[in-house]
Design a protein. Sequence first.
Length: 65
Amino acid sequence: MMWSILISAIGLLFVLEGILPFLSPHFWRRLMQQMFTLSEKSLRIMGLISMLIGLALVCIARDLY
């Protein structure tokens, strides 16, 4: 049961990650070019915020079910 949830979550991640490049490849390319100009500290902070949001969503979903 746990493996199927993990694989489903990873699959959903790939789907969500692919939406922006599919819908607007020009915007996605510009966004990636801007990411290369950011400092490592900024990237780490963005990564931390992303992980915290993801953790919050997992906790909320866990409480719902």
